[in-house]
Design a protein around this ligand. Structure first.
Ligand code: ATP
Ligand code: LTN
Length: 329
């Protein structure tokens, strides 16, 4: 049997270059080698307040983005998390295995809770258990994500190992797939912070749907380091980040990139970077616009069917092993 990958992104805000270079592009690269499941995790999105109308719209927009970056719906299963009720049900079962203390250690929770203060929901605290359920339901082998999700993957493995130990062999233990390059694209306005849609400064984050002028403006304003050399030098994080983006978007080798910019200045680097990103975004944005509502409906309902079949079989096993299958024996 082919090995499985599972990954997902939240339909909140807009998808940015960091999401693409750290995660989506690897989904595309891996999808033919593995049996692939790509989920739009709208249950994760509601762990913080959302506008319901907008969330519904963003959920479909994100599905379009998956397809436009190159996810092939004939090869991969694309679906919406809330369409498969087993995600919420397995979360409950795993809630009874997860410890408060291990969830309290999650750095993403601590960061997000700090920003919300009084409005921290139980759902935000439980976010990593829902993520573990996503992964474990599909007996996933590999989870391609950016660096920021590493701790959540470790928790997923811990929960699966504990469940298997206490209730019998049930889950496959997944491995993270974190790319060597691109796993942590940094903000253009603060190269010490990861590029994020919730960045206080919108200029730090290039959105996949940004128009030409916006992309040019954002790269033009990108901060640089002191010095003039354009080399992959980790002690100069701003230039390093810009070169990493250039390397990933063009596919040029790192040495080739350094040779290309030898003797050139920062303004040229930023100008050329804007150009290559714009060239990459143009056909992508065109594809987003071409996907019709009917096509999307078909892809998502086929995805739901395929996902639900596997999810139901895992959940049945979980309920049996826990002794809660009741009259459904
Ligand atoms: P944000 O911080 O912008 O809100 P997120 O992590 O909440 O991003 P998702 O849409 O849920 O966004 O994540 C999709 C994928 O993008 C995840 O696998 C995540 O690890 C990856 N990712 C997010 N930011 C970056 C980044 N700056 N560099 C590389 N990968 C990233
Ligand atoms: N937490 C992830 C999104 C996510 C995910 C998943 C990724 C939810 N469930 C399962 C991989 C596998 C994020 O914020 N990037």
């Amino acid at each position: 049997m082919r090995k499985r990958i599972f990954s997902g992104a939240q339909p909140t805000g807009n998808v940015h270059l960091g999401n693409h270079l750290g995660a989506l592009r690897n989904w595309v690269a891996l999808q033919h080698e593995y049996e692939s499941f790509f989920c739009i995790v709208n249950l994760h999105a509601i762990t913080v307040a959302q506008d319901p109308g907008l969330l519904a719209e963003k959920t479909r927009d994100l599905a379009r983005i998956y397809l436009a970056v190159g996810i092939d719906p004939d090869a991969s299963t694309v679906f919406v998390q809330s369409d498969v009720h087993e995600h919420a049900e397995l979360t409950w079962a795993l809630n009874c295995v997860a410890r408060m203390s291990e969830l309290e250690r999650m750095t993403q929770y601590k960061d997000k809770a700090r920003k919300q203060e009084e409005n921290v929901t139980v759902g935000l605290f439980d976010y990593p258990v829902l993520m573990a359920s996503d992964i474990l339901l599909y007996q996933t082998d590999l989870v391609p994500v950016g660096e920021d999700q590493k701790q959540h993957l470790e928790l997923t493995r811990d929960l699966a190992i504990r469940f298997n130990r206490d209730y019998g062999e049930t889950f496959r233990i997944p491995d993270p797939y974190i790319p060597k390059v691109g796993a942590r694209i940094m903000s253009l306005s603060d190269p010490l912070k990861k590029m994020s849609k919730s960045d206080d400064d919108p200029n730090g984050c290039v959105m996949l749907m940004d128009d030409v002028d916006t992309v040019q403006r954002k790269f033009k304003r990108a901060v640089t380091d002191s010095g003039t050399e354009i080399t992959f030098d980790e002690s100069r994080p701003a230039i390093y980040n810009l070169l990493e983006i250039f390397h990933l978007v063009t596919g040029m080798g790192t040495q080739e990139v350094e040779d290309h910019f030898a003797g050139k200045g920062y303004a040229q680097l930023k100008g050329q970077l804007a150009e290559v990103v714009i060239e990459f975004l143009k056909p992508f944005q065109q594809r987003v616009r071409e996907i019709t509502d009917d096509q999307l409906d078909q892809i998502l309902s086929k995805g739901r069917e395929k996902a639900a079949g596997i999810a139901a079989s895992t959940l049945k096993q979980v309920y049996n092993n826990l002794g809660i299958s009741g009259a459904r024996q």
